[in-house]
Write a protein that binds this ligand. Structure first.
Ligand code: ADP
Length: 493
């Protein structure tokens, strides 16, 4: 029986029940109040079944009452009974409408309360997860900081033999790389969540991205004495994608393979063509994944064993990022594992692209950076950062001069006429943008290239830098390779 028939049927049953009770009371009531008990039935029908059934109940009532509980037309003037009936119908209709309204409102209130309770529960859950995440994040950020501080302590107390210094340098580089990866992942998550992540699409050979990812993760494999075998298709496979992001995707998978595979384990990286796709497969013989978690690990913060994974240094966002990035490239990524202890296999598929023309290939590979004794003016209010940048540039053969504020930068630029000025944006007093505009007003500096260095790297920040007269915007932290490439491009004849 459908719901409508049930509601109407229930109304008739209620009215018949009330009629039965009224009939039982007939010896007591006689022909007195033949309609009144039925009013209760109309209320009930309106509340439980709605307006329609209440209307039917209201119409059924006079018929029942007339035949069973009155002597009409013999117990008075017929018009008197008709007036009673009309009056009853009026009251019944009015009360059904009011009752129905009441019932609708109370149902809406009950629903609103239930929704609010659900929201409150979801907010409490989100709050708990945020607290957990912040605790984990603090832990993860502290981990690399301790060795960096300790190395600083050792070096500042004269640990100066070359082997110690080299070892210390490698340690700092390793920890800083880890820290950078964490912060980059967090920034990417924020960008993706706000829909602000933009891909720089270009056509390139997948080998380039895979090699970059392998290079970046090789230290982890070496440290864990793990063997990496790569099997890359002989033919060049091209994709139309963001090269840095593809390297990030492969890098994340390789990094996980190393993290979740024991000391001395094996990792295979296979790149091949399958129909219209370039397939990248990362296999390991590590701890594996329970089959019911194979999808879950691609969710934000999805970790199979958070307490264990934390000691391995993860925030549970790497695979979520991989999935979003692969999606943005119109590809797919999936995980397979025969279960705990049986290793894992991650497969990324990206749409293959045709090979670029020969001219485009030459342009893409570009010439190497040139340095020579080019003079570079560094402007950074963070003295350590400025000194370090200067030191690195000197090592590369540049002639570096360092100043720490805007007015000093303008003075130094005017007297030295450097080939490049690397300007921190967040300077006290006079911002980097302002300094850049003042330098651009000086005609003797028309050949000087300006590089903005900033912690903010959104497209708006970059546009603002170009508007202020900068030739290039670099986002902190800047690595030597990026800087060398930028200087090479800007100082090329
Ligand atoms: P994180 O490594 O920071 O925890 P990810 O998003 O990169 O975060 O990975 C999510 C989870 O997936 C990991 O915590 C781990 O439980 C599981 N996982 C990822 N890669 C592997 C792998 N190669 N072998 C086993 N488990 C893995």
């Amino acid at each position: 029986m459908n719901a409508v028939a049930k509601r109407y049927g229930a109304a008739i049953v209620v009215m018949l029940l009330i009629g039965g009770i009224r009939a039982m009371l007939a010896p007591l009531l006689g022909t007195q109040a033949p309609l009144l008990p039925f009013l209760l039935g109309v209320f009930l029908c309106a509340y439980l079944a709605g307006r329609g059934p209440a209307l039917v109940a209201s119409i059924v009532t006079p018929i029942l009452a007339t035949f069973f509980f009155t002597d009409w037309p013999h117990d008075g003037p017929p018009t008197q009974w008709i007036a009673h009936v009309v009056f009853f119908l009026l009251i019944a209709t009015l009360s059904s409408v009011l009752m129905h309204e009441l019932q609708t409102r109370s149902r809406a209130e009950r629903e609103a309360l239930a929704i609010a309770a659900n929201h409150a529960q979801a907010l409490r859950e989100a709050d708990r997860r945020k607290d957990e995440f912040l605790a984990m994040l603090a832990h993860e950020l502290r981990n690399p900081l301790a060795p960096i501080r300790n190395v600083g302590y050792v070096l500042s107390r004269g640990g100066s033999d070359p082997a110690t210094v080299r070892h210390a340098g490698q340690m700092i580089e390793r920890q800083a790389t880890h820290l950078t990866r964490l912060v980059d992942d967090l920034l990417d998550v924020a960008r993706i969540t706000r829909g602000k992540l933009e891909l720089k699409l270009e056509r390139f050979s997948i080998r380039a991205a895979v090699d970059a990812a392998l290079d970046a993760t090789l230290p982890s494999f070496t440290e864990e004495s793990q063997t990496v075998r790569s099997e890359i298709a002989e033919e060049e496979l091209y994709v139309e994608a963001d090269q840095t992001r593809v390297a990030q995707i492969v890098g994340n998978l390789l990094n996980n393979a190393s993290k979740y595979t024991p000391h001395g384990g094996h990792v295979d990286l296979v790149v091949r063509r399958e129909a219209g796709d370039v397939v990248i497969e990362v296999r390991d013989d590590g701890m594996g994944i329970p089959p019911d978690r194979l999808e879950d690990i691609f969710r934000m913060f999805g970790q199979v064993n958070p307490s264990l994974d934390r000691t391995k240094g993860g925030l549970g966002i790497g695979l979520a990022l991989v999935r979003r990035l692969v999606d943005m490239h119109h590809g797919t990524v999936s995980a397979e594992s025969e279960g705990p202890g049986k290793g894992s296999r991650f497969t990324v598929r990206l749409p293959a692209a045709a090979a670029p023309s020969a001219v485009a290939r030459e342009e893409a590979t570009g010439g190497p950076a040139t340095s020579g004794a080019t003079r570079v003016l560094i402007v950074d209010d963070n003295e350590d950062a400025g000194e370090l940048l200067g030191f690195m540039l000197e090592q590369e053969g540049f002639d570096a001069v360092i100043v720490h504020d805007g007015p000093a930068a303008i003075r130094a630029a005017t007297t030295l006429t450097p080939s490049v000025v690397i300007l921190d944006i967040g300077l006290p007093g006079m911002s980097g943008y302002e300094v850049a505009m003042r330098l651009r007003e000086n005609s003797s500096l028309s050949d000087t290239a300006l590089i903005a260095l900033s912690g903010w790297g959104s497209p708006e920040d970059k546009r603002r830098a170009l508007d202020a007269g900068f030739d290039l915007h670099l986002t902190k932290p800047v690595f030597m390779e990026d800087l060398r490439r930028a200087l090479g491009t800007l100082t090329a004849p």
